[in-house]
Design a protein around this ligand. Structure first.
Ligand code: HAM
Length: 437
């Protein structure tokens, strides 16, 4: 678990803002889901024999319960909860396009790009299927990368797991091929041979990869419909000029997938971690007690995406992603604090991005340094005269300006008139006052 400091939080907000806008443009609607679901949901969807469910799910029990009777688990991903909600609220038959964001929890060994609490932003299309939905999801992902300027840092890998029938026949053939070679496999793959043979294809172990060299290939077992769908998708991607690689070893670590699976990998990242991943899961709705309905989606790992953006954005000044403040106020020590605060607030009504350098105790020079660093086009220096009147001095870059008597209330309109600050109503009241209780 880790803290997100302001620089990181700002990057997250940028990612979330762009994602939200892009999803809404494509007609996806937000759903907010609980942090915990019945543990059973994850065993039935992600799969009881998967690493996630076997080793990584955090289960919750109260002091009065025994750990063995835990019924709730912190969500390790969003698809299962999203589909559960769509079934429960009757959204599946009419078809929905949903998006969500939130913290997920997996008890993994923390390392680069792998955390125990991490953020995903995901989309799920439930009750609608076909190549057009697959293609839309992939173009939606690409739109997100393009808008965030990371299109050159991610590479799309696709594969098809084929129909359930094709997969079952392939698994039998794979087990038959690998059983006499079991001693050549790594310990994890030996275990998977019984429980989840397809996942062996994903092994990074050298000896296992060697043993797999002459193994039967999944695409040899595809049915005619699988071949046709995959060819149609590839043709759609080519037409949309979406770059991709077909990766026959891509099988994913969650059991609910069938048909198309995909990942966006970051080739610069030594660990080859996926920045986002997803696929079709047409059988899952019925498996969870809902109607028979196609579904597909993907989730973006925001921590990993943020790392891709972060190195670049953290080099920009404080103002990098918000735009510079409109003005910075600097106040010599003699000034009465309440007057400064009142003046700042008055200015904010006209130009919300007015910053007050503070702390006054730091002295003018330190305040001025901070103000200059902010990228504000000018600094307002405020001073109270013996006459009791306040004076403002406008300091533009390299030009200290001269003192001028002016009432605070007149200052903002004057600065607007001079085009120095933009008049904006973004601090306006958004909703009418609620009547008092
Ligand atoms: P997943 O591949 O398990 O798929 O996770 C999706 C993304 O979440 C990964 O590509 C990665 O970027 C990020 N991620 C996963 N685990 C961690 C971790 N421990 N630390 C940091 N980031 C992580 C799913 O979760 C599916 N629900 C995706 C999906 C949606 N399929 C269909 N719809």
């Amino acid at each position: 678990m880790h803290d997100l400091l302001p620089d990181e939080a700002r990057i997250r907000r940028l990612i979330e803002g762009v994602a939200l806008e892009t999803f809404e443009h494509y007609g996806y609607h937000e759903i907010r889901l609980p942090l915990a679901e019945q543990s059973e949901l994850y065993a039935r969807s992600i799969g009881a024999g998967t690493d996630i469910v076997e080793k990584e799910v955090y289960s919750l029990h109260s002091r009065s319960q025994r750990a063995s009777s835990a019924r709730l688990s912190l969500r390790p991903e969003g698809t299962a909860g999203c589909l559960r909600a769509a079934i429960q609220h009757g959204l599946v038959r009419s078809g929905v396009k949903l998006w969500y964001r939130g913290e997920m929890f997996r008890h993994e060994r923390p390392q680069k790009g792998r955390f125990r609490q991490f953020e995903q932003i995901g989309v799920e299309v439930i009750g609608m299927g076909g190549v057009e939905i697959d293609a839309e999801l992939l173009s939606l992902g690409c739109a997100l990368w393009r808008r965030l300027g990371v299109a050159n840092n991610v590479r799309l890998h696709i594969n098809s797991l084929g129909s359930a029938n094709a997969r079952a026949r392939y698994e039998r053939a794979l087990v038959k091929f690998l059983t006499p070679r079991v001693s050549e496999l790594d310990a994890e793959s030996q275990r998977r041979l019984q429980q989840n043979p397809l996942r062996i294809l994903d092994s990074k172990d050298q000896a296992t990869r060697l043993a797999l060299r002459d193994a039967p290939k999944l695409d040899e077992y595809w049915e005619d419909g699988d071949k046709e769908e995959f060819a149609m998708l590839r043709s759609a991607l080519d037409t949309m000029e979406i770059d991709y690689r077909v990766d026959p070893a891509l099988v994913r670590g969650l059991d609910y997938y069938g048909g198309l699976v995909f990942e966006w990998l970051s080739p610069d990242d030594g660990a080859q971690n996926a920045v986002a991943a997803g696929g079709r899961y047409d059988a899952l709705a019925a498996q969870l007690g809902g109607p028979n309905a196609p579904a597909a989606g993907f989730a973006v790992g925001v921590d990993r995406l943020s790392a891709l953006l972060g190195a670049r954005l953290s080099r920009e000044p404080d103002s990098g992603m918000h735009g510079a403040p409109d003005a910075y106020i600097v106040v010599p020590g003699k000034m009465e604090l309440s007057k400064v605060l009142a003046a700042t607030e008055t200015l904010r009504r006209h130009a919300p991005r007015v910053r007050f350098a503070g702390p006054i105790i730091a002295g003018d020079k330190a305040q001025m340094r901070r103000a200059r660093h902010s990228g504000a086009p000018f600094v307002l220096s405020y001073e109270q005269r013996e006459t009791g009147k306040a004076q403002w001095r406008l300091c533009e870059r390299g030009n200290p300006g001269s003192w001028r008597d002016i009432e605070v209330a007149e200052l903002a309109p004057l600065l607007c008139e001079q085009g120095r600050i933009r008049r904006t109503d973004s601090m306006r009241q958004v909703l009418p006052d609620n009547p008092p209780n």
